[in-house]
Design a binder for this molecule. Structure first.
Ligand code: NAG
Length: 507
């Protein structure tokens, strides 16, 4: 008898196939063994819900000085565990303002999680952070070293933009638009191991900010390699926070392959007694056709109300079907790129498909010139290709100017993607008009995506100076310097009365 169990233990260590699915306790920890071929054994502190150990294939990946957890740790929580239907290990952590669930499915090296909140954490953001060992998982996916701040020599701004080997780096530069962010990882190449956050349409329904919102995803910070799911934050926030069940979302360990998050199946949550979880059978969908929208720009549909939010790309002909949505009435928005064209409402009923067509297009007008597209992004302008992944002061950036654009001969990269009051103002546009064009009134329209500290455009047209527009709604956040470009998207019209324009070249 003794011999046999010793043999079994030896086998369990060298061949993970014999690992047993289940929950045990060890000291202050609840230990969950996924019983998977690629063994995953996770220890969760019963007092705090901190993840203290993550053994994958027998190797420790958890950073040992701090736990993996919600926010910066719950401090103390009431933690319980149960096996459901012989195949799900469910750990429930409760505080006075939230319930966090960690679920492990038999045979699957993944932590499925969901976080049910009744109020915003006092720190003002809600996130899960996996703090892993940087020596074992040094690399970041999909954007690489832009957010690897280990080895930094100095700080550029705040305490979160650093210089490493002459390049500006920040955790903010790991961001991806929610609509495109189904998987992000930290990993290593030799004897490859990936730790990835997986997200599906359920993951974001209680977040805020819509399809183009982005947040911190990963950061090899030197002490620990951090992998995040930001459920909400004040990082260029444009919408109220939503409370309730955030998730499911997952932390998955794998070897060489990067998992596909979008198709992650979390529908087994319906059997687990998860507060606030609405199963597919309690949901409905919206389908339809979006007509209009500039060809060559993505067509995006977005649904939101005070409780939930969803989105989907339409195909090139404008056909769309929403993800499974909770019943309710939603504002349905149609964007070309990220530029809002129109909105309507759509009502979702459980078990039903609602048709809600939508059309939208820009008012056609005669332009003397147009720089860029109404795509809601700074695409094509100078430094727009770099701004998401580095600081404006980075030496790899092209000169910010002040720049001059000559209609007919300049290129779009002669338009700066951002105007900084003290750096590259003014931006000058030169153009020639015929006598007929110059004789009438005109409008100078400036479409912006984001403002900072009340900043807005002023215009001077020859000797005419239109009134300065009112200050835009202030967003209490840094923006362009930490890789953000999307706020409320103010559009300013400057009326230019007849007699202000001149014909010919007066440069
Ligand atoms: C929605 O648009 C499609 C495609 O143009 C059309 O066939 C359908 O009749 C429309 N449905 C409604 C309810 O308007």
């Amino acid at each position: 008898m003794f011999l046999q169990s010793a043999l079994l233990a030896t086998f369990a260590f060298s061949s993970s196939a014999l690992a047993a699915f289940g929950i045990t306790t060890s000291g202050n920890n609840i230990v969950v063994d996924a019983g998977s071929d690629n063994a995953l054994v996770v220890s969760i502190d019963k007092r705090s819900c901190d993840i203290k150990s993550i053994l994958f294939r027998g190797e420790e990946f958890q950073y040992q000085s701090q736990g993996s957890h919600i926010s910066s740790g719950l401090g103390s929580a009431t933690v319980s565990s149960i096996i459901v239907n012989s195949q799900y290990a469910k750990v429930t952590c409760k505080t006075s303002t939230l319930t966090h669930y960690i679920v492990v499915k038999s045979g699957d090296p993944t932590l499925y999680m969901a976080t049910d909140t009744t109020s915003e954490p006092s720190v003002g953001e809600l996130r899960f952070i996996a703090r892993l060992q940087p020596s074992k998982l040094p690399l970041e996916y999909p954007f690489g070293s832009v957010s690897t701040t280990s080895g930094s020599s100095s700080t550029v701004e705040g305490s979160d933009v650093f210089v490493v080997n002459g390049q500006t780096r920040s955790k903010f530069y790991s961001s991806e638009r929610f609509i495109d962010d189904y998987v992000h990882c930290v990993y290593r190449d030799s004897d490859p191991i990936h730790a990835c956050i997986l997200l599906n349409s359920y993951s974001y329904e209680r977040s805020s900010g819509g399809p183009f919102f982005r947040d911190i995803n990963s950061n090899n910070a030197g002490d620990s390699t951090n992998l995040y799911f930001y459920m909400n934050s004040g990082h260029v926030r444009t919408e109220n926070y939503r409370m309730g069940l955030h998730g499911p979302y997952a932390l998955q360990f794998s070897r060489s392959s990067i998992p596909t998050g979008k198709s992650m199946d979390t529908t087994f949550f319906k059997d687990l007694g998860i507060s606030g979880y609405v199963a597919p059978s309690g949901r409905g969908t919206v389908t339809g056709t979006a007509t209009g929208g500039a060809s060559g720009l993505q067509k995006v549909l977005h649904w939101y109300n005070a409780n939930d939010q969803y989105w989907v790309y339409a195909d090139s002909s404008g056909k769309f079907t929403s993800p499974p949505m909770k019943p309710g009435t939603y504002t349905q928005v149609f964007y070309q790129g990220e530029f809002k064209l129109s909105s309507t409402t759509a009502t979702v009923t459980a078990g039903k498909t609602t048709t809600a067509n939508i059309s939208g297009s820009l008012t056609s007008r005669t332009s003397l010139f147009k720089l860029g597209e109404y795509d809601g992004q700074p695409t094509g302008f100078r430094n727009a290709d770099k701004q998401l992944r580095m600081h404006p002061s980075d030496s790899r950036m092209s000169s910010w100017g002040p720049l001059t654009y000559i209609v007919g001969s300049s290129s779009l990269t002669d338009v700066p993607m951002a105007l900084f009051k003290d750096t590259n103002t003014p931006f000058t546009i030169k153009f020639t008009l015929t006598a007929a064009q110059a004789s009438g009134a005109a409008t100078l329209r400036v479409a912006t995506t984001l403002s900072f500290a009340g900043g807005r455009p002023r215009a001077v047209v020859n000797s005419y100076t239109p009134a300065t527009p009112a200050a835009p709604t202030k967003i209490d956040s840094r923006g362009v310097t930490r890789g953000a470009y999307r706020g409320f998207g103010e559009v300013y019209d400057f009326a230019i009365p007849a007699g202000s324009l001149v014909d010919g070249w007066r440069g």
